[in-house]
Design a protein around this ligand. Structure first.
Ligand SMILES: C[S@@+](CC[C@H](N)C(=O)[O-])C[C@H]1O[C@@H](n2cnc3c(N)ncnc32)[C@H](O)[C@@H]1O
Length: 227
């Protein structure tokens, strides 16, 4: 099974996030009505143990990396957007912030105990390769936690479509740099559902895969163990 994030080339995705960086945190809070903080906490609680070496890939402005550090991890945050990383650096001087590509992680095999990705895998151009990179840098038995927007099928589905297809792009228009948010609905629609993502994680070298959803199925947290 192949999955590609769609029409944007990696350099375009990077430029998009460079443009979004100034409004990213504000948009996150508004779009999730502040719930993203508790999802991040649940994600790190699921995979990080005190003393773990943790990689937060696609760390953006750093909030999930910071949550992982609060959980007791020694954290490295990696992202390929200099503008997103610049914001992350302002938030923590104890986390190591690395500019790099999740598709070619600049780390040795088996060099982390846990890895997290928050709202990042959706944007990675070759998802299967990105997942395999995460498996590679984890020690056998290392844990991965992937937090991602997903598409609900139940009662919330029409509200979800209204929110992501109409309101989020509109919000993007009124915020400086936010026009790039018109990309969000398309990236969510293209992304595999939770069962499919679990299957891709299995093919990439993870076992004991499970997921739970939050906010009526709008967000999914997948966890797995590197074999
Ligand atoms: C929606 S943001 C998520 C930021 C953060 N993890 C959070 O939880 O808010 C997605 C991030 O993924 C990064 N990204 C996308 N593809 C990447 C890749 N191949 N390598 C590194 N970073 C990537 C983007 O630059 C962006 O900062």
């Amino acid at each position: 099974m192949t999955y590609e994030s769609g029409s944007l080339a990696p350099s375009e995705v990077r430029r998009l996030f460079d443009r979004i960086a100034p409004v990213y945190d504000a948009m996150n809070r508004v779009m999730t009505v502040g719930l993203d903080r508790s999802w991040r906490r649940l994600a790190v609680e699921a995979v990080v143990q005190p003393g773990d070496r943790v990689l937060d890939a696609c760390c953006g402005t750093g909030d999930l990396a910071i949550a992982a550090e609060r959980e007791g991890g020694h954290v490295t945050g990696l992202d390929f957007s200099p503008a997103m990383l610049e914001r992350a650096r302002r938030k923590s001087t104890t986390i190591e912030w690395v500019e790099g590509d999740m598709l070619a992680l600049p780390f040795e095999d088996a060099s982390f105990d846990a890895a997290t990705v928050g709202f990042g895998v959706r944007n990675v151009v070759d998802l299967e390769h990105g997942l395999a990179e995460l498996a590679r840098i984890l020690v056998p038995g290392g844990r991965v936690g992937i937090l991602e927007i997903t598409t609900p099928t139940g009662l919330l589905a029409p509200f979800y479509r209204l929110w992501f297809d109409r309101i989020v792009p509109l919000l993007g228009k009124v915020l400086k740099g936010g026009e790039a948010y018109s990309y969000l609905p398309a990236s969510v629609r293209r992304f595999p559902g939770p069962d499919e993502l679990a299957g891709l994680m299995g093919s990439a070298g993870f076992a004991d895969i499970s997921y739970r959803t939050f906010a009526g199925g709008i967000v999914a947290l997948h966890v797995g163990t590197a074999v």
